[in-house]
Design a protein around this ligand. Structure first.
Ligand SMILES: *Cc1c(COP(=O)(O)O)cnc(C)c1O
Length: 456
């Protein structure tokens, strides 16, 4: 499969470039030149496959020039052997709503589903290439832990994770900062997630710097994450055996829900993809009325969605504009100046596939409380936003992506139901371990210096 950049579709790339670089030199995001579309018959062949086999069938389409199907299959088996659920994900119910539980991996959030495999793909790549790679990633709380867990201890790889200082939960932080392997470096930035993401972008575009350290990225714009995440949309469709499912997806960087959009483009009969946001509602404003003006980031009880600049939205802009990279570039310039309004005809195209709503703090807490009292189920605050939005919109046959284990957000759970949700036994030891991280200013040069000093 060949790939192009959303900002210049005349140059072609292979998966290796897409995977290792993450972001195109022109600033655009990689997308496939042509997306495979399954016929109904082809889809039927996947119906009874288990999660790993289904993953292999779908992911191999995108990686065929990078790794053989056999090797991919064994990497997938190895990656998902770390999950507490044999079938990786689990589908449960609360009343009419289905929950797609994605948090049974080692760091208790959906990011593990993609990241466990990505760590092994790096290892596979480095076993064939004599190189050292430095991964630098910004996290709003969960990506970092998932990335560290998948990279720690692997040879020829270092990982540097930037998180917003004091703006993630203590469990989220400890999952990252108690890791002892010496190829793991945690940096707390005095700023918010968007600041962290900007520093990483600045470093990427400083080509002299990024080339000198063989910098690579695993943030949610990495195409590999998107395709790995499409698998659970397919899997849910086959297990529930219903046409026209809708998916309510707690959204920050527009990554997880974009995987749903790609699944639909690949022929999966999805009805609506529902963008569920917290008070950082730019994506809800955009999809409901075309307003893509970003505001100051608010701190909420669902910190992994405290984002104003949803990086993956660029891919949607590309697709709704008939894969026109010139138009996409122009729109991205407007977004940079914070002056983009989605025009009426584009909005109509978006609304064919997407719905949106937002939940504020009080609503989210009351969803957690209500589900605990009525269904004896504790929802994490991100999942609660997804459930609240699904209820507000009352769509039929709705699946909510349950993106994290509630124990990752003890303060929010305590505030909602006055109870402490315990960590799974195998993670309890975290709470008393020493933490190790460096606090740095919101300044790209300082972070560069830090990274250089550590890789010598
Ligand atoms: C990252 C994250 C999200 C948002 O996912 P995106 O791909 O950024 O839209 C939602 N919930 C949890 C728990 C997360 O960690």
């Amino acid at each position: 499969m060949k790939y192009i950049s959303t900002r210049d579709n005349t140059k072609e790339y292979n998966f290796e470039q897409v995977f290792i670089k993450g972001l195109a030199d022109d600033g655009g995001l990689y997308v496939p030149k042509l997306l495979k579309k399954f016929s109904t018959e082809e889809l039927l062949k996947f119906k009874n496959l288990n999660y790993n086999a289904l993953s292999t069938e779908i992911i191999t389409l995108f990686l065929e020039d990078f790794i053989s199907k056999e090797d991919l299959s064994s990497l997938i088996n190895k990656s998902y052997s770390t999950f507490r659920e044999k079938e990786v994900v689990k589908i449960s119910s609360i009343g009419e709503i289905k929950l797609l539980e994605l948090f049974h991996g080692p760091t208790l959030a959906f990011k593990d589903v993609a990241m466990q495999l990505i760590g092994n793909l790096y290892e596979y790549y480095l076993s064939k290439n004599d190189k050292k790679i430095n991964i630098v990633v910004a996290t709003s709380g969960d990506t970092g832990a998932a990335a560290i867990e998948s990279i720690k201890g692997k040879s020829n790889l270092n990982i540097f994770v930037l998180h917003p200082n004091n703006k993630i939960s203590s469990v989220q932080r400890k999952l990252m900062t108690t890791v002892v392997e010496n190829n793991v470096f945690n940096i707390a930035i005095d700023g918010n997630f968007d600041d962290c993401q900007n520093i990483v972008k600045n470093m990427f575009f400083d080509l002299e710097f990024s080339k000198s350290i063989n910098m690579s990225g695993v943030n949610s714009i990495n195409w590999a994450r998107i395709i790995i995440q499409t698998v659970y949309y397919f899997y849910t469709y086959f297990r529930l055996d219903k046409k026209n499912l809708s998916f309510s997806v707690p959204t920050g960087n527009f990554g997880d829900i974009f995987a749903g959009y790609i699944s639909k483009k690949m022929g999966l009969p999805i009805n609506k993809l529902i963008v569920a946001t917290n008070e950082n509602d730019i994506l809800h404003r955009a999809i409901s009325k075309g307003d893509y003006i970003s505001k100051k980031v608010k701190e909420t009880i669902s910190p992994s969605m405290d984002i104003q600049l949803a990086s993956n939205f660029e891919r949607l802009i590309y697709y709704i504009n008939n894969s026109d990279s010139q138009i996409t570039s122009n729109i991205m310039k407007k977004i940079k100046l914070n002056s983009y309004q989605i025009d009426k005809s584009s909005l109509e195209i978006i609304q064919k596939d997407f719905l949106s709503e937002a939940c504020n703090k009080e609503e989210t807490l009351s969803i957690i409380k209500k589900n605990y009292e009525e269904n004896n189920k504790i929802l994490d605050p991100h999942t609660a936003v997804g459930v609240g939005v699904a209820e507000k919109l009352s769509v039929n046959d709705c699946v909510v992506l349950s993106t994290a284990h509630p124990c990752k957000f003890p303060d929010a759970i305590n505030e909602a139901i006055n109870k402490h949700e315990k960590l799974p036994e195998e993670l309890e030891h975290l709470l008393n371990k020493d933490e190790n991280f460096e606090v740095l200013k919101n300044n790209t040069e300082e972070v560069k210096q830090f990274i250089k000093s550590r890789i010598k």
